[in-house]
Design a protein around this ligand. Structure first.
Ligand SMILES: [Zn+2]
Length: 346
């Protein structure tokens, strides 16, 4: 098996600063590693691992407009990921695998994309790295937040420079942040929904700061408002029932579902309701909640109270979405718990 074809170049093509997702395959026919010169070690930034998420593109455009002469204070290595999926603005295409599940450490079956990302990793690490950033959007209404795969101090500190909201996760494997965490401080920036320029600017601000910092040596104390959460469960809706946000469905979710993201919810908080014809239906027949070890923990987190579906215990959701396709194909959202850092001292 051969790696997927990919390219390397020094400097960006003309037109990059004003390109939209649809223009990307014309500028970069293959996934491309771009070297922008400055002093080392370099900041590594991957963008467009998902072809429908423009946050990384917007962030890099915003950043580079701040340096019209083109001379960066520190080297910046960019990886432009799933260029083919950008044209149709898809996360990935039917014949492809997810580009953010195929980095070294992946648990999925080896494909040409896996082999390509292994080569990309080797080239990027050859340069020596100051920090690694991977930029994404998500589908629900979420504030900006950072994701780390290790709670070691340098990763928490890097994340705190982006947002006080930090999620620590160990699955899924094969994500960029996990592949680089052994080599430098590594972070995933979640920048709200596609097209959110304010959220993308926060990622640009972070990269700009990294380009101008001399060291990522941490302070003794992190800012007081930092909260690290870890994902404890994933909620799916079982097949066989209709669901949505309007009366008439078997499962009717509350309309402001995604306003619950990053809100600490008390036991009894409502997630939605069941139609009267579902009165005999058990909650486990409608929902499947898995913990991070794959165990069914539905009844630990959800219960029904008369016609309502409510949380059984205190919890904090993230990535709850109102996108029916995402709910059906992926999941409704995740539940988190506070992860203890010793008195914020790291
Ligand atoms: Zn993504």
């Amino acid at each position: 098996m051969e790696p997927l074809r990919w390219a390397q170049r020094s400097g960006l093509p003309d037109g990059f600063l004003n390109a939209s997702l649809r223009d990307i395959p014309d500028l970069f026919p293959d996934p491309t590693l771009v070297y922008l010169h400055g002093r080392g070690p370099a900041v590594f930034v991957s963008i467009l691992l998902h072809g429908n998420e423009d946050a990384g593109l917007l962030a890099v455009q915003d950043l580079l407009r701040r340096y019209p002469q083109g001379q960066l204070p520190r080297a910046l290595t960019l990886f432009i990921g799933n260029v083919e999926a950008c044209r149709s603005q898809a996360r990935f295409l039917p014949h492809q695998v997810d580009f953010n599940r195929a980095w070294p450490g992946s648990e999925t079956e080896t494909t040409p994309v896996h082999l390509m990302l292994e080569e990309v990793c080797e080239h990027v690490l050859d340069e020596g790295l100051f920090a690694s950033i991977d930029i994404h959007n998500n589908t629900g209404r979420n504030p900006i937040y950072g994701c780390i795969c290790s709670c070691a101090p340098q990763h928490v500190y890097l994340a705190s420079l982006f947002s006080p909201r930090i999620i620590y996760f160990i699955r899924p494997k094969g994500v960029q942040t996990q592949a680089f965490m052994h080599h430098c401080p590594s972070l995933t920036c979640e920048c709200g929904r596609p097209g959110d320029k304010v959220a993308a600017r926060a990622a640009a601000d972070l990269i700009d700061r990294l380009l101008n910092m001399d060291s990522l040596e941490r302070p003794d104390h992190l800012a007081d408002d930092i909260e690290v959460y870890h994902t404890v469960a994933r909620i799916q809706v079982r097949d066989g029932y209709s669901f949505g946000f309007e009366p008439g469905c078997d499962i009717i979710f509350r309309r402001d579902l995604d306003a619950l993201n990053f809100v600490q919810l008390p036991p009894g908080e409502q997630l939605g309701s069941l139609s009267p014809r579902m009165l005999q239906t058990q909650i486990e027949e409608c929902f499947l909640v898995h913990d991070e070890h794959g165990r069914d923990v539905t009844s630990d987190y959800l219960t029904r109270r008369d016609g309502s579906v409510v949380f059984q215990r205190e919890t904090m959701p993230s990535m709850l979405t109102r996108d029916i396709n995402v709910i059906r194909q992926d999941c409704l959202g995740y539940l988190m718990e506070r992860f203890p850092l010793q008195g914020n001292r790291v």
